[in-house]
Design a protein. Structure first.
Lengths: 729, 554, 106
């Protein structure tokens, strides 16, 4: 298949979104939404896997060529679909805003711009025409895009299949799939976008899809609030992203990524103040979308959405877009001396910080949500490291995480489905006989998350840590801060298996005990109280017929097996191909190939052994406290009541934000409202009173009696006569 | 019939139909039907003109992409001694704004089918007259003709608000009228001064806008400053720019739906149109000098009104304040004058059209639920999505368009104006853009709070809405969702929002030359100044060199 | 118009006009009967008209006299209107006293 076929990938999903939108109108039509969406995403996947590889640059022996030192124009292909924002070309001007006067000046000016041409124009001298803003629906295909398309469309179709079963019977079935289709449109546009503005379009539209899906159960006030919070926090990040785009355009006169990267990596390029700031602004966007400190607060709340959404958007794909963006624009980040260290530090700290919170949450999905924040922190640590192996690690972790975290979320969706919404791990225990498949599937996910040796997570996380220590222990000019980050990563590597298995042992091991939840599968509409005040709750008797946790249907289990296989084996199978892909992408075009540390120190082996031991220790600790001797766990928790309270309340970050930002702004709003009505409105009123006041003064002169008017006329005439006489003299 | 005649018909037809409605349409349905037919006909006419303007001209370029007026009448003499003429012309900016007007009008009429209970003749008659005046403002090429139309828009709207508004309508109408009228009197003085000045240097009176623009540029800097202030007095009130915006929330809240839609959709654009058509090219030096200060007011307006929106309880008031915030971006874009690009100004024109579509549609949506529940209090609503899913879909859609979600129309204008501001280091620069960008966040916040309150959450409907007997039993009659007439009203707007969001390139390209022509004088000022600075620098260097020489001589 | 009015003669005419105007004004202020007051305004009119005609003769053009024609026409119309109004007012209050009405008081 020709590479130009990829331009259809986003539009297939948009078409599917439109169809699902139509299907919303009749409830009976709704059932068709799932097949339509699944077909669309699967078709995108097939097109992506068949068409995109043919556009990649290859070695003589058929492998994907290493990207080091190559131009982005060579390693990838651009495919244009339609115009979006495409402005006419314009005159370039000198730094002082004047047109070039001499040919030399014109040539110098033309050299500063991409694809400029010089025109001689009569008396005015020369003008240099450069392309205007061109931000089109045009797609850039390089190995990184291929990797992302694999994740987005691959995991996307699996989750959509799962969702078809999970959402069955829900009133908004078609609405759900319409939003999922919009999401796939936006996400594919984003990973394929050849310019920053299209990237931004995808960036914001995935936010929209996320908003619509978090707020899917719109009757729940908590869901509505979570949806709003997600959109707004993301908007804060997007503000940075937008400003970053402006600054990039100011610096490079284009927003086309391949052109920007080509200029940024050219040997003649001299970084100026704009280059220092661009990555920081873009980073703000990445922090918001990928839920890193300080903008991570929306992700845990986002679990209000249906579980397939949590799996697809808030674990596997959308939240990784920050990682993708940093990898895609890596050369820009390298041009600023403090950008990558900042990314790495934020990543490392977030990984640890979120992991500590995850250890003390009781809501299954919340645990995984904080775990996602933590794992994203690892990815940031990886791509922020600036060495090849770590970048590979970060992106490989993106892939493996997509598998195991989607698996974990979907299995917890099974639990939720089987127990009518019960997710509190204190109220569930020993479900392994009631939900056998779910139990072992989730174990696969937990092992991979815990980075148990030879599972997928093991390879990717180690790649990141190796990269970190490689930087920290480098022979020339080592940066000891990275050793600290590495140790932080190892500590987090202990916490991860602990919280993962804490949940698993609690829910599936130990004595069989459970409390059913109060939520229906989604068909609550018919039974809702007419006034709607408590419509998300459901009458108890409705579910009298199945008050036992039950295994999920085969439609839901089938995609989980695929995910479980991925979570276990993608590390072994995918290691080489992914390394090839990452090293052939724009992420590494300016990142050196040689290892920074001496060859006789076998860092990879040391880290693998260490982290294997750490993971096992973490699992054993969890097993002791949460399976074998739960009383001991309880005792320990009682003794550590203080710190645990801090963790349970998530360090009160939400409250602090509310108090420090939201409340003052709202207060300001009230003050302005007052000012507007009193002061500004008052001033205007004052202005209006002025003529009225004058009128009051002149009022007595209007007596209304005819003679008075006559007299004043007489006086006027007399005055005139007097004046004339005086003047005549 | 040639194109200029068609253009003249755009004014004559609505005025005629107003007269017809007033004199003949005695049955209540007839007035509506006639205005429906006439607005549709006018839309069709303007569509013909629009399609015509995409024709390839003599120079191998599409007419609409070329600079200057592509349709123009020589004009009919009005007062010969003073050079007054009824002359009209259309360039691409005008074309798009006229299209916006003619596109909105049939929808407004359609949406007002059940909005007024009595006095249909007056209502629709005034609407028609308003349309004539609005189109006249855009296509006038004679200053007095422009001004007459500009002012005449006040009268129909005064009556629409004062007669057909809600409870506080009289005050709203009075404030609206006095506010805008006072401002535009000053504008008139400024424009007359320009005409007088021009008569002084050319020797004969003319009110031709192009001629005046050319001769006004030769005014001294201080004269230009005075004229700009006079122009701002009228146009800034109309936009409205902080701090002369207080009439707008009142007028919007009290106006009937049709009035609000037209007010937000078209009338506010008369202000920004005036700024871009007169302020920039006529007084370029003053525009460059004043740009940073006007920018400050625009930015304050954006942030200040956005925060006010957040605490509003009245839906209509919130959207009204949001207009002030949005138009702040527009003004910022217009004054983002830079030496090497005019993204800001192109974006501003785009923004005018986009804001007209999205905010107009939002007002229509609000009108629809107001007709059902007779309250605009946000507190009284909740979880509407459960009972009115179609309405909710459209409302969320237009909210997102108004917030500037990429892929919908609001984004392109917002992006380009902010980008233009960011890049215009000669006048505004990065600080303004950053501040304005914060307005985007606040925009998302207040709109989503509104959506969250009305559409999400547990179902809550206003008490005592007087619909059906069920109310007495504490249960609400399930309100009916949008009927097909209402859907027909909203679908074209949604389609336009989506189309302009996904494919704005033709529009941007068509605007490019016309906008460039209007910005060119201001740009020349910048170039001139930087040259002078350069000369000053070289002169200084020479003096230094001479001093050095003198030093060595000694 | 062969001989323009001489300065001497002109001043006589103007004097007459001024006296007529003055008489009218005094009458307007002192009398209370509406009809008399109205006649007094007519008197003032005639004073002005005489000045216009004489000045027109003095300057040797017709502009003043053209004006006079206009004024006379308007005065005729005005008389009809004013007398009608007076009748109307009389019907309202059964009196012709000018001070009885002060509707325009501010």
């Amino acid at each position: 298949m020709d590479v130009s076929m990829v331009k259809w990938i986003p539009w297939i999903s948009l078409l599917s979104a439109a169809i699902c939108g139509v299907l919303c109108f009749r409830r009976a039509w709704g059932v068709w939404a799932a097949p339509v969406t699944i077909t669309a995403i699967a078709a995108s996947f097939v097109v992506a896997m068949l068409a995109a590889p043919s556009g990649l640059l290859r070695d003589d022996d058929g492998r994907i060529a290493d990207a080091l030192g190559k131009s982005p124009h060579d390693i990838g292909q651009t495919v244009k679909a339609i115009d979006w924002i495409n402005l006419n070309e314009r005159d370039a001007l000198m730094d002082d805003g004047s047109p070039p006067a001499t040919l030399e000046e014109a040539r110098g000016l033309a050299d500063q711009h991409q694809s400029a041409r010089i025109i001689e124009s009569g008396e005015a001298g020369y003008s240099v025409r450069v392309p205007g803003l061109s931000a089109n629906f045009s797609y850039y295909i390089d190995p990184l895009t291929l990797l992302m398309l694999f994740v987005v469309c691959g995991i996307g179709s699996l989750v959509a299949i799962y969702g078809a079963g999970y959402m069955k019977g829900d009133k908004g079935y078609a609405r759900f799939f319409a939003a999922v289709s919009i999401f796939i449109f936006a996400m594919t546009s984003m990973v394929m976008g050849d310019n920053l503005v299209l990237l931004f379009l995808g960036w914001e539209m995935v936010g929209l899809a996320s908003y619509l899906l978090i707020g899917y159960y719109f009757k729940k006030p908590s869901a509505a609030a979570a949806a709003r919070k997600a959109f707004i926090v993301n908007r804060i990040g997007d503000l940075g992203f937008a400003l970053g785009i402006f600054l990039t355009y100011m610096r490079y006169d284009t927003v086309v990524i391949s052109e920007v990267l080509a200029m940024a990596t050219s040997p003649e390029h001299v970084a100026d103040w704009r280059d220092y700031w661009i990555p920081f602004l873009l980073m703000l966007g990445a922090l918001g979308k990928s839920a890193q400190i300080p903008l991570y607060v929306w992700l845990p709340d986002a679990m209000e959405g249906p579980t397939p959404v949590s799996a697809l958007i808030h674990a596997a794909t959308m939240v990784t877009s920050g990682v993708y963006m940093i990898a895609r624009l890596h050369p820009l980040f390298e041009n600023s001396p403090y950008a990558l260290p900042t990314v790495a530090t934020i990543g490392g700290v977030t990984a640890f910080f979120a992991a500590t919170i995850a250890t003390s949450q009781f809501d299954l999905k919340k645990i995984y949500a904080y775990s996602t924040v933590s794992q994203l922190g690892y990815m940031f640590l990886g791509v922020g490291m600036g060495v090849r192996y770590a970048i590979f690690g970060g992106l490989f972790h993106l892939l493996t995480h997509a598998f195991f975290k989607a698996l974990l979320f979907l299995t917890s969706g099974n639990v939720m489905h089987g127990t009518h919404g019960q997710l509190d791990i204190r109220k569930l225990s020993g479900l392994r006989h009631l939900m056998p498949f779910t139990c072992w599937l989730m174990l696969a996910g937990c092992l991979s998350l815990a980075a148990f040796p030879l599972t997928a997570g093991f390879f990717s996380k180690d790649a990141i840590l190796v990269g970190v220590f490689e930087q920290g222990l480098a022979e020339t000019d080592p940066n000891r801060w990275y050793v600290v980050l590495g140790v932080l990563g190892l500590v987090t590597a202990f916490l991860t298996p602990f919280y993962a298995f804490r949940a698993w042992f609690r829910v599936f091991m130990g004595p069989e005990k459970y409390e059913m939840g109060t939520e229906a599968h989604g068909d609550e509409e018919e039974h809702a109280h007419p006034s709607g005040a408590d419509s998300h709750l459901i009458d108890e008797d409705h579910h009298a017929h199945d008050d036992k946790p039950h295994e999920a249907s085969w439609l839901m289990l089938a995609p989980l097996f695929v995910l479980a296989l991925g979570a276990l084996f993608v590390g072994i199978i995918g290691y080489k191909p992914v390394k090839e892909l990452v090293e052939g992408s724009t992420a590494v075009i300016s990142t050196g190939k040689e290892s920074l540390i001496s060859a006789d120190l076998n860092l990879t082996l040391i880290i693998q052994i260490a982290s294997g031991i750490i993971a096992t220790l973490g699992i054993l600790t969890a097993a002791y406290f949460h399976w074998l001797n739960r009383q001991a766990g309880q005792n320990l928790a009682d003794r550590l009541a203080g710190p645990i309270r801090v963790l349970e309340n998530k360090y009160w970050v939400d409250e602090i934000y509310d108090l420090a930002i939201v409340k003052p702004l709202r207060l300001l709003g009230w003050i302005f409202q007052l000012v507007d009505t009193l002061l500004v409105g008052g001033l205007v009123k004052l202005f209006g009173w002025l003529p009225r006041l004058l009128g009051q003064l002149a009022r007595p002169s209007q007596s209304g009696v005819l003679h008075g008017y006559g007299l004043s006329m007489l006086a006027g005439v007399a005055l005139l006569v007097l004046l004339i006489l005086l003047a005549a003299r | 019939m040639n194109a200029p005649t068609l253009m003249a018909l755009l004014i004559i037809l609505p005025a005629l139909s107003a007269v017809l409605i007033w004199t003949c349409a005695h049955r209540s349905g007839l007035a509506w039907a006639w205005s429906m037919i006439s607005t549709t006909l006018i839309f069709a006419l303007s569509l013909v003109l629009f399609v015509w303007s995409w024709r390839t001209g003599a120079d191998g370029e599409r007419l609409i992409n070329s600079a200057g007026d592509f349709f123009h009448t020589q004009g009919v003499a009005w007062v010969d001694n003073l050079g007054l003429r009824f002359s009209m012309g259309m360039d691409s900016i005008t074309m798009w704004l006229v299209m916006l007007t003619t596109f909105l009008m049939p929808l407004v009429v359609l949406g007002s089918r059940s909005a007024v209970e009595s006095r249909h003749r007056e209502f629709f008659g005034w609407l028609m007259l308003l349309q004539a005046a609005m189109i006249g403002t855009f296509i006038a090429r004679d200053l007095i003709f422009f001004y007459v139309c500009f002012e005449f828009t006040l009268i129909p709207l005064f009556f629409l608000i004062g007669v057909f508004g809600s409870t506080d309508r009289l005050k709203a109408a009075r404030v609206f009228f006095l506010y805008t009228f006072t401002g535009s009197m000053l504008t008139f003085a400024g424009l007359l001064y320009v005409a007088w000045y021009s008569a002084g240097i050319t020797g004969s009176w003319t009110f031709d806008i192009a001629t005046l623009t050319e001769s006004a540029q030769t005014m001294s800097t201080s004269q230009q400053g005075m004229v700009l202030l006079a122009l701002l007095a009228g146009f800034a009130v109309k936009v409205p720019l902080f701090p002369v915006h207080t009439w707008l929330p009142l007028a919007h809240t009290e106006a009937p739906t049709a009035g609000s839609v037209i007010l937000a959709g078209v009338l506010l654009k008369l202000g920004t149109y005036g700024l871009i058509r007169f302020a920039l090219p006529m007084v370029p030096e003053a525009a460059v000098d004043f740009a940073p200060y006007i920018g400050v007011f625009a930015v304050i307006g954006i942030l200040y009104t956005a925060l006010i929106c957040w605490v509003q309880k009245d839906i209509k008031k919130l959207i009204a304040y949001s207009s002030v915030s949005h138009l702040g971006f527009c003004v910022l874009g217009i004054f983002a004058i830079a030496g090497n690009q005019h993204l800001g100004q192109s974006g501003a024109v785009l923004y005018m059209v986009n804001h007209g579509l999205a905010t107009g549609a939002l007002f229509l949506c609000v009108g629809m639920i107001y007709e059902r529940f007779h309250t605009r209090e946000m507190r009284q609503y909740g979880g509407i999505a459960a009972v009115m899913p179609v309405w909710s879909f459209f409302f969320v859609f237009f909210c997102l368009a108004s917030v500037g979600l990429p892929g919908l129309n609001g984004f392109v204008g917002e992006f380009l104006t902010t980008m233009g501001t960011f890049l215009s280091r000669e006048t505004l620069g990065i600080g303004y853009a950053v501040a304005a960008a914060f307005g985007m966040i606040l925009g998302a916040i207040y709109i989503l709070y509104m959506v969250g309150k009305i559409i999400f959450g547990p179902l809550k409907l206003p008490e005592s809405n007087g619909h059906g007997p069920d109310d007495q039993h504490g249960h609400h009659a399930k309100p009916r969702d949008l009927n097909s007439r209402e859907i027909t009203t909203l679908v074209p707007l949604a389609a336009a929002c989506l189309f302009l969001g996904l494919y704005p390139t033709p529009m941007l390209r068509s605007l490019d030359r016309s906008v460039e022509q209007l910005v060119e004088p201001a740009r020349q000022v910048l170039v001139e100044r930087s040259r002078n600075d350069e000369h000053a620098d070289t002169a200084l260097v020479q003096i230094d060199a001479r001093k050095l020489e003198e030093g060595t001589d000694r | 118009m062969s001989t323009p009015l001489s300065g001497m003669l002109l001043s006589h005419f103007l004097m007459t006009g001024a006296i007529l105007f003055g008489l009218g004004l005094i009458g307007f202020v002192t009398r209370r009967n509406l009809i008399i007051m109205f006649l007094c305004t007519e008197l003032m009119f005639q004073g002005v008209v005489i000045s216009l005609v004489s000045l027109s003769l003095h300057h040797g053009n017709f502009e003043g006299q053209t004006f006079v024609i206009f004024v006379l026409t308007i005065a005729a119309a005005e008389a009809a209107l004013a007398l009608g109004l007076v009748v109307l007012l009389y019907r309202g209050r059964k009196t012709l006293d000018g001070t009885a009405w002060a509707l325009l008081r501010g």
